[in-house]
Each structure stands twice: as structure tokens, then as C-alpha cells.
Design a binder for this molecule. Sequence first.
Ligand SMILES: Nc1ncnc2c1ncn2[C@@H]1O[C@H](COP(=O)(O)OP(=O)(O)OP(=O)(O)O)[C@@H](O)[C@H]1O
Ligand SMILES: [Mg+2]
Length: 261
Amino acid sequence: MRVVVKVDGLRYAYPAGVKALEDVSFDLHEGEILTLLGPNGSGKTTILKCLLRILKPFGAVYIDGERRWDCLKQRELAKFFGYVPQAHYPTFPYRVRDYIAMGRAPYHGMLSLPSKVEYMRVEEVAKMLDIEELLDRTVAELSGGQLQMVLIARTLVQEAKVLLLDEPTAHLDVSNAVKVLDAIREIIKKGIVKAAVMTLHDPTLTALYSDKVALVKDGRVVAYGCPEKVLKSDLLNSIYGVSFDVFKRENRLIVLPLGTK
Ligand SMILES: Nc1ncnc2c1ncn2[C@@H]1O[C@H](COP(=O)(O)OP(=O)(O)OP(=O)(O)O)[C@@H](O)[C@H]1O
Ligand SMILES: [Mg+2]
């Protein structure tokens, strides 16, 4: 499969001198979900922000396998990557329909209003994600799972090629977490977006939903590959200081934390 994003040797330190990333590299192929897994503060969100060029790291990211991302206008990059940040409620109580339509901003700027055609696209996307009944409510009154679906819808009307999702299952119950992850998988399977990079904290959900995993510690990718290769009990133990039982049931990889003893 074609490489859609190539990340080559990213290094980044925050202005105060906090070293956040050291030599981060990975490839994202068409059709893949890559999960960044690692402890709090290990650098996962920083990696996503570097891909988006919200932060300006050393190293390079190649879009569609060839174009360097620092040669693209910010608006072009905003069309390529659809970013779903760590869950936060918008401060203004927008109507969901309008909030999703704002995903079109890279096409016409924040100041002009979305067109009738763009609102039709909002309806199509809402139908696809099964959230049509939310369109006339306000974002402030949504549950965590509903908000997450709305945030994903916003990136889909943007016609992003690659989704970047920061902890898409944070604050969600198991049923909503699985619903959101199933929706992400479905969107990729149908070719609506080419691939996704997400961050998760749950190793079993990581095993179930990832084609590839990058295990991140102290700003470095310490293991990278398919879930079977990366989610090994000794490796996870060395990173989290917790013992894990890793086994297969009905061909699914289960990663069970056992405690610190
Ligand atoms: N704006 C900032 N200024 C200075 N240091 C920062 C800033 N944002 C993050 N850091 C530091 O960079 C490192 C990586 O943070 P990052 O947010 O990428 O971690 P993370 O893996 O996403 O963590 P979490 O799982 O808690 O979301 C941490 O040491 C953090 O304290
Ligand atoms: Mg984070």
C-alpha cells in the first residue's frame, strides 16, 4: 500500500528548553490506523502538533509520500490533516449543524458563511455517522461520546485525507469508545479518509483497533510495528512499571494490566 505520510526524524524542544521529541520516525500507509501509545507526558500530543505544524520541529514530514509539509501553505495542510484534539467543549454554544460546517473553514476562511451545498454535506456526513438527531442541538449540551462524533464529523466535512485523533476515547464509556473507534475504522474502510493516527491509553483497545503501534517514551519511539510485535509484556512493563499478561483469545490480542507488584 502507498505511503500517505512519512515522518522522518522529528526533534522538538518547547521554548523553555523542555526536550519533547527526539528522532521520531514512522510511516503511515493507505488504509492504516497507527496508534501512538505511551505514558502521560511521553510526547504523543506533541507529535500530532508537529504533524500539523502547530509546532515547528526539526526533521521532515512527507505528505502523500513526497511533498515536504513545510513547503505547503498552512491552509493546504489543514485540508490534508483533520485534527480532533483531546476532547474539549467549545466555549460558545454553537448549533451542532453550524459547528460541523466550520470544518469547511480551510476552503473559504473563518469569516465567510458556509454555503447551502456545504450544509448539505454536513447532513450527508451526519447521516453517515448516525448523528442526524444532534444537528439542531447545541454543542454545550452533548455528552462526551456525542461531542467526539461531532468533532469527527467536522473533520469529515473538511474532506481531510488523514485523521489525527488525540485520545478519541477519553471520558467515554466502553460502548461509546467502541462506537467511536468502529466509526473511525469504517470511515477508513470506505475510503472516506485514507488513514488515521490516534493516541490511546488503553493497550487492549490499541491491540484491537490498530494496524500499527508506535510505543512512545520520553519523546522517542521505543518500539514500532504491528500490535503483536509491540505489545509485549516485558516491553510494556519496562515502560509503565506495571506487569501485563498478554495473550490471544479467538485470534484477538488481549493486554491485561496486572498491577505494580
Ligand atoms: N506548551 C508546553 N510548554 C512546555 N512543555 C510542554 C508544553 N506542552 C507539553 N510540554 C511537555 O512536553 C512533554 C510531552 O507532552 P505531551 O503533551 O506531548 O505528552 P502526551 O504524551 O500527549 O501526554 P498525555 O498522555 O498526558 O496527553 C511533557 O514533558 C510536557 O510537560
Ligand atoms: Mg496528550
